[in-house]
Design a protein around this ligand. Structure first.
Ligand SMILES: [Zn+2]
Length: 187
């Protein structure tokens, strides 16, 4: 798995990180990181939403991408883009109403124990959408930023006290800019 294929988790919240499964959005269509249903399952696990990759169908992947783009467009409204569309709000609300992953009781020799029921993709999309509702509808929305690297385009919540964070990741985009400034200074 190349670096480009790796998922990005610099957004500060699952719903913001989910929009980072498209990279380089300044390119037409961007760079799709959820290339197949299995990639969606891997993302859910790497995002910490579930302990094991859920089984994903092609329909799950299509639904996930639809939710992701609705969340992305709504996040962008915080950056001064077009006003929120009713259709996007409805998509997020529909998924946010979906029951989240659950646990079930098991009787073990040591007594009753709760164990997670293997998560379904719809239950995980419910988690992501509920997170989007909390982010977009709360005070944190004002903390939304786009990475200052024009080639990057990832969104993140700036939770720094000064509110002056510019990069999705200092080690990726931040250090790259420092290197470019250094090179042009040397020249
Ligand atoms: Zn960046």
């Amino acid at each position: 798995m190349g670096d480009k294929q790796g998922f990005r988790f610099h957004g500060g919240r699952p719903s913001v990180n989910f929009t980072a499964t498209v990279g380089m959005r300044w390119r037409d269509g961007g760079f799709e990181r959820l290339t197949d249903p299995a990639a969606l399952g891997r993302w859910c696990t790497e995002a910490g939403l579930t302990p094991a990759d859920p089984a994903c169908s092609a329909a799950d992947l299509a639904a996930a991408r639809e939710l992701r783009e609705a969340v992305y467009r709504l996040l962008r409204t915080q950056l001064g883009d077009d006003p929120a569309q009713a259709e996007d709000i409805a998509t997020v609300n529909r998924w946010a109403a979906h029951p989240p992953p659950v646990s079930a009781l098991h009787l073990t020799p040591a007594g009753l124990r709760a164990r997670p029921v293997p998560a379904t993709v719809p239950s995980l999309l419910g988690l992501i959408a509920a997170d989007a509702v909390a982010v977009l509808g709360g005070d944190e929305a004002a903390r939304l930023r786009e990475c200052a690297n024009p080639e990057c385009s990832l969104l993140f919540l700036d939770t720094s006290r000064a509110g002056a964070r510019r990069w999705c990741s200092m080690s990726a985009c931040g250090s790259r800019e420092k290197m470019q400034r250094y090179r042009s200074a040397v020249r």
